[in-house]
Design a protein around this ligand. Structure first.
Ligand code: NAD
Length: 393
């Protein structure tokens, strides 16, 4: 194996850059040569590149020129310009979620609570279109780093849908935890939305993907989303919220709870929840009810390993699982977190695609459908849940 070698570079040097780097070390069918990284703050870039013996590039164009594949591990606001710059140079891009969005009108006092959602929808769709148009003109591909698609539980269920030829009737799923660590998360102008965007995109993409798989299995055509009813809430900024210090409360102008009801073009549906309001670690799951089986995919927590300690001081040097508030008592350990979350599997699949031309399961169509659904969802939420049709590309 590893006869083919591919160069890559990482845009960003924060949380996502680190897990991309770790996942790249575990790609086995292609030799990945990680050339270096770029991010605007020199000191923080050095903290990422120095211990890993990577080159710290002086600007994004230099990095793009030096590699075959660019990893876009930067705030959502910056995804479109980096993706388009790389595609113009015929490079492949592995772009983090959320794909793109609407980040305001550029004014200093832009407030994500207040802008008209129709404007957000139109601008987000225009951004998606620019990225897809750039991909059409490029020899490079967009690989949408939606790790849920490659999580073993989701891959196994996709296989089961293909083999059982199941009709998926109703799905429900969730991504929640006690609040994102990223400082830019929480400000609409950087993140393009709140829980529906930053967290809901994961289970939503999985639900959209499962219906694609069902459609491709049945009649060679994906079944795509048609309409959405959504609600959003702001809980941690409510005057009456009683802060006990366990949930993050520093969001400036985003929602911290979202509910989406998506109707597909065949009349079946999915319900997705996303929030910053859940204690006890990351809660990532999706359940499928089909006409011949029922499956629960527990991405996090799962019971692959459980441990108990009467005092968490014993576990001070032990990593247990993402975002757990305490290690005391019983814990559900994720013994190989990047395996359960699909991080290493997505890199394997993307590099197989770059090296050998394998099809990309998490592609720009899935990314586009996800963004089109979410921003139609924001419009529906503005109308307190009136159904909104979803624009497809
Ligand atoms: N798939 C997942 O499970 C997952 C988890 C966390 C974050 N993410 C996504 O990864 C992306 C980055 O999030 P994060 O948590 O790493 O944020 P972060 O704040 O930890 O890091 C962002 C990095 O981007 C850099 N940056 C900002 N503007 C840049 C630009 N124009 N060019 C190059 N670098 C730039 C910053 O300096 C920083 O190093 C987001 O899209 C986020 O939604 C995905």
């Amino acid at each position: 194996m590893k006869e083919k070698s591919i160069n890559c570079g990482i845009a960003g040097s924060g949380f996502a850059a680190k897990f991309h780097y770790e996942a790249l070390l575990r790609v086995f069918s292609v030799k990945v040569d990680i050339k270096g990284a770029f991010s605007p703050t020199r000191e923080k870039l050095g903290q990422f590149t120095d211990p890993r013996n990577l080159k710290a590039y002086g600007n994004i164009d230099e990095l793009i020129d030096a590699v075959d594949v660019i990893h876009v591990c930067t705030p959502p606001l910056t995804h479109e310009p980096i993706v388009i710059a790389a595609l113009r140079k015929n490079k492949h891009v592995i772009v983090e979620k959320p794909f793109t969005g609407y980040f305001g009108d550029g004014s200093k006092d832009f407030n994500g609570d207040k802008f008209p959602r129709e404007e957000g929808l139109q601008q987000a769709l225009a951004s998606v279109k620019r990225m897809i148009d750039a991909e059409k003109k490029s020899k490079g591909k967009i690989m949408y780093a939606e790790n849920w698609i490659y999580a073993p539980a989701i891959m196994k269920e996709s296989d089961m849908i293909r083999k059982t030829k199941a009709q998926i009737i109703w799905m429900h799923g969730e991504e929640s935890h006690s609040g994102s660590h990223s400082l830019t998360y929480g400000q609409w102008k950087f993140s393009g939305g709140g829980s529906m965007m930053g967290k809901g995109c994961h289970p939503l993409s999985a639900a959209l993907y499962f219906k694609q798989v069902e459609g491709m299995t049945g009649n060679g055509k994906p079944i795509r989303p048609a309409a959405i009813t959504a609600r959003t809430h702001v809980v941690t900024r409510m005057p009456g919220y009683k802060n006990e210090g366990h949930l993050r409360t520093t969001y400036t102008d985003i929602e911290d709870f979202a509910m989406m009801h998506i109707v597909f073009e065949d009349g079946t549906f999915a319900d997705i929840f996303a929030s910053e309001l859940v204690l006890g670690g990351v809660h990532n799951w999706i359940e499928l009810n089909t006409n011949n089986h029922r499956t629960v995919c527990n991405i996090n927590p799962n019971n692959a390993m459980q441990t108990y300690t009467p005092d968490e001081k014993h576990f001070k040097d032990v990593y247990i699982v993402e975002k757990t508030e305490t290690k005391q008592g019983w814990s559900s350990v994720s013994p190989d977190e990047s395996w359960f979350t699909g991080y290493q599997h997505e890199m394997e699949a993307f590099y197989r695609s770059a090296a050998f031309g394998d099809p990309v399961e998490s592609n720009s169509t899935l990314a586009a459908d996800t963004i089109a659904t979410i921003y139609a969802g924001y419009l529906s939420a503005e109308k307190k849940g009136t159904e909104v049709q979803i624009t497809l590309f």
